[in-house]
Structure formats: structure tokens, C-alpha cells
Design a protein. Structure first.
Lengths: 354, 209, 282
């Protein structure tokens, strides 16, 4: 992220910052502070995968995600000589996070670049945070599914791609189906060849829908006193704080059909928060570099007053951290009942799974 | 100053040193919420305002009240090297490394009185060599690789180079070695002479101080 | 017929050594929930670097925790490579590396994804504290090496622990890097320090409790954890990393962040005491 050059002049930045600090903020693309960019989404686009999705944002960025599952033998822990046979329950507790392999590819960036690794770790962490996900990959004590999640950004990274990648991953996981298991117990697994009989990784209906759903990660920035969701590139360039907040819906035992009637009753659980280094710190300041106190040989003759004082209307890159209250405000805005996360999840539920 | 007593002798980054109404920030400090705050680890030095009041003059003109009467606080580490950067208007000493028709590439080695730990590359463009008759300047008649040049920083420049200028009498080559390999002495504003061989070489000579 | 010309391997099969499980009872946390481990910090340990620091987190008596040892070196400010574009600020690059022997599982010499992830976190934490426009056109490298990670051999087998250890490591990295930056004489708005807090299940099925500076192996399970980089005198947070499953109860995550800030205040006191000593000496 830091490597991305910010191509805005100090005057542009000052203008953007001013208009985004107003109450209510005026966003360059005219959206409301909590509004997402319009998007088109489809699932099941890749026939060779267990699940796939494609999401296209209106700003021209597009991502596809393919989910592939393979059977893998579970490596037993070296202390396996314990004689007492574990119940299936206890064994399924011993799931491992590395059953999931997540790779992110961004055009023009190496896949081992820190920012790409950061993105994939963020998506991975949100998936594994509640330990529910790995349990879904458990077949029996000897075998498990190994899930490969390949996230591809197929357009140039015009804006910070995190929300796009997260939404696409969410949809792909919802659309993921695993073959139905025919064998029983700890024998070598046998599967039903009929793809029609396959089961969804995240069941669509029935009592099995209880538990957590795949997470979504929202990018939220604070500018002035405003909290702005899904920032575009220009907005991120002047943000004082940027947080990536991952939430997931947790479905409790409820009567089927209850969901549609009362979509406001969605229970959200917070999975992870990460601070994202806002690129605004690397923006050029608007005031001329009047003094440099570092050069002690000459500095005492000059006063650096002008350099440290913020001048109205002149852009200066933000310095220091964020107050606790601001961070808290962002998190509250995400978790709010009927807030943005709800809205996004509602929208994603409308996507037909094939 | 009466207010000096409550200033700590050492400071860490983030330590509040005093309000801006009483102190001016010097090296190693910054301003935060109306206070001068240390931004380095080291000892605190207070430099009293450099004013020479002298005998009180009769007021014969109206002057704006100056801000210069504040004591300056600086934080620096004693006895340890402190890296500094060349800045605009600084006088630097640089060694010429390469000549090109339009510019000379130099390496900055000293800023003011401070010898640098790292080498910074600078460039003296042909139009910055001297103040007059700029159109007649030839780089090859002004510098040679290996010369030590006193120059002034005029810009932080581009990605690679600081932009330097020698357009002043005091600026230019201060040390040069002849083609025969001997030290030379300046003989005029545009010539150095090898004392042993007696051959003169053209240079942009700095006025000896 | 046996091959006599070559040095043959043993005739029978070999098995990799399996260490006898030292069946220690799962150690409990002996500290108070709001107590952090003692820290030792020393600056100026690497003479060739512009600034350096060494941080040691005390191992606990009777605990499986082996403490943590980290060093940080700061190189710079120095000129940027010729290919780098003009920057009006100091360009910060951070590298976090585990020594190959730092953890139970041997680390390779190439940085793996968790190390890269940590360095991104560290970069965010430090960038908020640096006054980067004092040093235009220059770069600074911050290199943190974890000499000894906080992992005991016998307990890390349990899965999931490693992930939580990362938070502790990051907290240490932030603290040690801030001290090294101060030693290097690079302008910062404040001495940033790291702190970790975690939500662990209570004993005997009680309500979950929050602990400061958690040692993952001392707890059966960690429900959620939070690592902050905190500027004590400005009361600001430069980096926040929280993960785990928290219910929608808003107070829980608010409390967790507040506890992590509390932990970082504790370690900042230790850092301040040691840095003041160094400032007086130097």
C-alpha cells in the first residue's frame, strides 16, 4: 500500500479533506457516507471449482474467487499413542488453521509483497477467527478437506481492493459445495459422484444453517469527525484513520423463514480489526519546507514555527495516531443494528447461488 | 528566565517541555497542542533569546512586537553523532565525481560544520556555476573530477540529486589537484596553478577566505 | 548381497525421535490478570547501526513460558536508491525476522508470510509516530530480529497457539523498535509502545476474564486478543490489531482495547525508565 504513489496535489488533497470533513460529508462521487459503490455479482462462474464468484464494482475493479477442495490425510499429532479413543466431537476440535490456503493475486504486484501478504492474512484471519470454519473441513479423524481459496483481482488496483476481495470471497464460500460423503466413521472417505447431491459448505436451509456465516471485511475511514464506508481512492488519500473491520453473521436457532421477515434481527459478531496504514501519511505537504530542525548546524538561527502550525486550507499529512474514541466510533458504526454491515449482507443474500 | 526551573534536563520523544507562549521550538522538538514537545531522546538545552537590548533607545519608529524574544528549546544527544540532511540554503562541501556537458555530478560530504555519515549525490548544472555570463560557462573549464567544491543547496532536487549552486564569489572549487597529480593553488578567479610544473588549469575558483 | 562399496544406511527402518512428553500439568497464570511481565531494555547494543535496542521479556518462574528476546537495529537516515521516486518524507521500511531457532518449528531464512504480515503491522505502528517530513529524500530501515520467541517446546504442539503468539511478538517488536528509533535520533512525536490483552475463559466455567500480556500456553484457550501500538503522552493509537470471536456485545471489544492500552502503558513506563538512563549517560 505504501508503495502506491499518490498522485494528488496538496491543493487537491486540502479540497478533498475539507469537503469530506463537512457535516454531512460531500464525497467526490456523491455517495452517502455509508453507501457502498454499486456492484454486480454472480456465482458459479467457474465450472472447474467447488465454488466461485465474480464481483464487479462500478469503478471498474473486478475480482474473481475460485474455491477448490482436496482430500488430505490428517497428520496425527506425535502424542497420538493415547489409548482412549476420542469421540468424534473431541477430534473435530483438533482442527487446524492451515487446512485453508488462501492466495491473493493483484496484477502488477509480486505475491510475496508485504501489502499482498497483509491482504491475504487479513482475509484468512477473519475466516479462521471463530474456529467454526475449520470444523466444516473435518471429514473424519483420518481425513480432512483442504480448501484452496484463490483470490484474483483481474483489473488494475484502482482503489484499495480489500472490500471487493472480501465480498467476492464471501460469495464464493456461500456458493461452495462439497461432494456428499457416502462412507462412515474413520474409513477411507467415499463420495457421491452426483454433483446434484453435493452439500453446501454453508448450508442454505434447515437447522444446519445455525452457526456463523462467512465473514465480510469492511474498509472504514475516519476523516475529521466523519466515518466513511467503502472509501474510493481519493477518500483514502486524505483519511486520518483507516480500519478494516471483519464481521460475520451468527445465526442462532430460529424457525426457518424467520430470516426474511426479520432481517433486522441479524446478529453480528466482530471477528477482527486491523489498522491499515493510510496513504495520507505519505502525501506531500502543502506548505513549503521552511525549516529543518534536523540540521542542527543551521536550525537555531531559524524558527520553525510555520512548519509545525497547521494552516487553514493548506494540506498537511496527518501525524500521530488516532484517539480511542474515534476508533470506537468506527467499530460502533460497523456493528450497528441495521447498519452498513446489515445492508451489505442483505445485498449479498440477494445474489443467486448456482 | 524565571520559567526555566521546571524544564526537565533530559527528554524522551513525546515529553512536554513547555508552552509555546514561553518557548520557541528548536532542533529536536515539535509543537503539539500548544506545547513544545520533544521529538528526540537526549538532553534539553535552552538557548536564551538572542537580543542585545543595549541602552534603551528613544522610540522614533513604530516596530511590530517581535516573536524573537522567546527562549529556544532544543533536544540533542551529547557526545554522539547526529545525522543531518542537506537543506535548502545550506553551504556544503562536495567532491566532484563526474562531468557532463550540461552538469557536474558531485557527492556531498559535509553540511555546514557536520561531516555526513552517508553520501548524498548532488548536481551543479551549467547555469548554476556562476552568476554572470552564464551562457559562456563550460563545465569542463569549471570543475574536474576529484575537486572539492564549496556550494550552496538551492533545491532538494529530484529523486536522485540535490541541486547545488556555486554562483557566488565565495563558492566554487576550494581544493584541486593538477593533471600531474600535484596540489594546486588558486591564482585568479578562474585559474588554479600547479606550483611544481607551473601549468595553469581553469576552474570556478572560490574566493579564499 | 549387500553393497560393500558404499556407505549404507542402517538396515532397518528408522523413526524420527519422538520426545517424551513431559507431562507437566498445564501451567496456570500466576500473575494477576492486570499484571505484565517484567521487561529489560537496553539501547545502543549494535555499534555499527545508527540506533539499536535489545528487549527481553522475563521468563516466568514455574511457567512453560521461556520469555522473549528481541533486538532491533535502525539504519539511516540514508539516501534512497537511485531508482526510488522522490519522496518529501522519510521512507520507512520494516523487516521482522524470526531467528531460525526462535520458535519450536524451525524458521527458514526467507521471510514467510507471518513475518511479512508482522512487518506491515510494525510499519503502520511506527509510521504514525515518525515525523517523516523532517527527513525528506531519505530512507530508514528498521530491522527486528526475534532471537527467542515465547514458545515452549511441549505446549506449542497444541494447535492455534502460534497464531496468538504473534500478537505478543508484535507488541515486543513495537516497543523495541521505538526504543531503537529514539536511539538513532530520528524525530518521533512520541515513544510508541506495544501492549496486548486477551479474553480467556474463566476458571470453572465462569465468565470470561480479560488478562494483560497473555502467554497463550498458560491458558487453555484464547477467545480473542488485541494488540495496540499506543502513544502514551498523546493518548493515541497508531495500530490496532484485534482478532477472535466476540459477540455483538459492544462493551467487550471496547474493554479489550482499553485493557491492551493499559498493558502498553505498563511497558512504556519500563521503556521510559531505561531510555532516560541512556539519555543521561550519552
Amino acid at each position: 500500500m505504501a508503495s502506491q504513489q499518490i498522485l494528488f496535489s496538496p491543493a487537491e488533497l486540502a479540497y478533498l479533506h475539507r469537503s469530506l470533513s463537512l457535516k454531512p460529508p460531500i464525497r467526490p462521487d456523491g455517495r452517502a457516507p455509508t453507501q457502498f459503490r454499486p456492484l454486480t455479482a454472480e456465482t458459479g462462474i467457474l465450472p472447474g471449482t467447488n465454488g466461485s464468484a465474480r464481483v464487479h464494482f462500478s469503478d471498474g475493479t473486478e475480482a474473481i474467487v475460485g474455491v477448490k477442495a482436496e482430500i488430505e490425510k490428517t497428520i496425527e499429532a506425535p502424542r497420538a499413542e493415547e489409548s482412549k479413543p476420542e469421540s468424534n466431537e473431541a477430534a473435530s476440535e483438533r482442527t487446524r488453521g492451515d487446512w485453508l490456503e488462501l492466495a491473493v493475486e493483484i496484477p502488477g504486484q509480486r505475491d510475496d509483497e508485504a501489502s499482498t501478504v497483509f491482504l491475504s492474512e487479513m482475509l484468512r484471519e477473519a475466516l479462521l477467527a471463530d474456529k467454526e470454519f475449520a470444523k466444516k473441513l473435518f471429514i473424519n479423524r483420518r481425513f480432512h478437506w483442504r480448501l484452496y481459496l484463490d483470490v484474483l483481482l483481474i483489473s488494475p488496483p484502482l482503489s484499495y481492493p480489500l472490500p471487493l476481495l472480501s465480498l467476492t470471497t464471501h460469495l464464493a464460500l456461500l456458493a461452495t459445495r462439497l461432494p456428499r460423503l457416502k462412507s462412515e466413521g474413520d474409513e477411507d472417505p467415499m463420495f457421491d459422484d452426483d454433483w446434484e447431491a453435493s452439500t453446501f459448505l454453508y448450508p442454505q436451509e434447515g437447522t444446519a444453517t445455525n452457526g456463523s456465516r462467512p465473514p465480510i471485511t469492511l474498509l472504514v475511514v475516519a476523516i475529521g469527525d466523519n466515518v466513511i464506508f467503502d472509501p474510493a481512492k481519493e477518500e483514502l488519500a486524505v483519511a486520518e484513520t483507516a480500519l478494516a473491520v471483519s464481521v460475520a453473521e451468527v445465526r442462532r436457532a430460529q424457525k426457518a423463514g424467520d430470516m426474511e421477515v426479520d432481517s433486522k434481527g441479524r446478529e453480528l459478531s466482530l471477528l477482527s480489526i486491523r489498522t491499515i496504514d493510510p496513504p495520507s501519511r505519505l502525501t506531500p505537504p502543502g506548505v513549503p519546507h521552511t525549516s529543518n530542525t534536523g540540521s542542527s548546524a543551521f536550525a537555531p538561527t531559524k524558527l520553525q514555527k510555520a512548519g509545525d502550525q497547521e494552516t487553514e486550507g493548506v494540506w498537511k499529512a496527518p501525524l500521530g495516531g488516532t484517539k480511542f474514541g474515534v476508533l470506537d466510533g468506527i467499530i460502533q458504526a460497523v456493528l450497528e443494528k441495521g447498519g452498513v454491515a446489515d445492508e451489505v449482507l442483505d445485498g449479498l443474500e440477494g445474489v443467486e447461488l448456482s | 528566565m524565571a520559567a526555566v526551573d521546571d524544564i526537565p534536563s533530559t527528554a524522551l520523544p513525546g515529553k512536554v517541555l513547555g508552552p509555546t507562549s514561553r518557548f520557541a521550538p528548536g532542533a529536536g522538538t515539535h509543537i503539539f497542542e500548544g506545547n513544545v514537545v520533544s521529538s528526540l531522546m537526549g538532553r534539553v538545552t535552552i538557548i536564551p533569546p538572542a537580543k542585545a537590548p543595549g541602552p534603551a533607545k528613544r522610540l522614533n519608529k513604530i516596530t511590530a512586537p517581535t516573536v524573537e524574544e522567546l527562549a529556544t528549546i532544543t533536544v540533542s544527544r551529547h557526545g554522539s553523532k547526529h545525522e543531518i540532511l542537506p537543506d535548502v540554503d545550506n553551504i556544503v562541501l562536495a567532491r566532484v565525481v563526474r562531468l557532463m556537458p550540461r552538469q557536474a555530478i558531485v557527492v556531498i560530504q559535509q553540511v555546514g560544520e557536520t561531516v555526513l555519515q552517508t553520501e548524498w549525490q548532488g548536481v551543479i548544472r551549467v547555469q548554476d556555476v556562476r552568476a554572470t555570463e552564464k551562457d559562456k560557462v563550460k563545465i569542463y573549464e569549471s570543475f574536474k573530477p576529484g575537486d572539492i567544491v564549496r556550494a550552496q543547496v538551492i533545491s532538494l532536487g529530484d529523486q536522485a540529486n540535490y541541486y547545488l549552486s556555486t554562483a557566488s564569489n565565495e563558492l566554487g572549487v576550494i581544493m584541486a589537484i593538477s593533471e600531474a597529480g600535484n596540489d594546486m593553488v588558486p591564482v585568479s578567479w578562474k585559474e588554479y596553478k600547479d606550483a611544481e610544473t607551473g601549468i595553469s588549469e581553469p576552474r570556478k575558483v572560490a574566493k579564499p577566505s | 548381497m549387500a553393497d560393500r562399496r558404499r556407505v549404507n544406511g542402517p538396515g532397518g527402518i528408522t523413526v524420527p525421535p519422538i520426545y517424551e512428553a513431559e507431562d507437566l500439568p498445564l501451567p496456570d497464570r500466576s500473575r494477576q490478570p492486570n499484571g505484565i511481565r517484567a521487561q529489560y531494555l537496553k539501547t545502543g547494543v549494535t555499534p555499527s547501526a545508527s540506533g539499536s535496542a535489545y528487549l527481553e521479556i522475563e521468563p516466568q518462574n514455574g511457567s512453560v513460558s521461556k520469555g522473549m528476546k528481541l533486538t532491533c537495529t535502525v539504519h539511516g537516515p540514508r539516501s534512497l536508491p537511485r531508482s526510488a521516486p522522490f519522496s518529501p518524507h522519510m521512507v520507512l521500511s520494516t523487516h521482522v525476522k524470526f531467528a531460525p531457532f526462535a520458535t519450536r518449528q524451525r524458521r527458514g531464512y526467507l521471510r514467510d508470510s507471518s513475518e511479512r504480515d508482522l512487518s506491515t503491522h510494525l510499519e503502520t505502528a511506527l509510521r504514525g509516530a515518525l515525523i517523516a517530513d523532517r527527513w525528506p529524500k531519505s530512507g530508514v530501515d528498521v530491522i527486528v530480529t526475534i532471537i527467542e520467541g515465547d514458545q515452549a517446546r511441549q505446549v506449542a504442539v497444541e494447535q492455534g497457539i502460534e497464531e496468538w503468539d504473534m500478537m505478543n511478538v508484535l507488541g515486543g517488536c513495537i516497543t523495541v523498535a521505538a526504543a531503537a528509533l529514539a536511539d538513532a535520533g530520528i524525530d518521533c512525536v512520541d515513544t510508541v509502545s506495544g501492549g496486548v490483552a486477551a479474553l480467556v475463559p474463566g476458571k470453572d466455567g465462569e465468565e470470561p476474564v480479560m488478562v494483560l500480556d497473555p502467554v497463550p500456553s498458560e491458558h487453555e484457550e484464547i477467545l480473542a486478543a488485541c494488540c495496540v501500538a499506543y502513544l502514551p503522552s498523546r493518548d493515541e493509537i497508531t495500530n490496532l490489531w484485534l482478532k477472535g470471536s466476540l459477540s455483538s456485545d459492544a462493551n467487550l471489544q471496547r474493554m479489550l482495547i482499553a485493557r491492551a492500552v493499559h498493558a502498553s502503558k505498563g511497558s512504556s513506563q519500563a521503556v521510559a525508565a531505561s531510555l532516560t538512563e541512556a539519555a543521561l549517560a550519552g
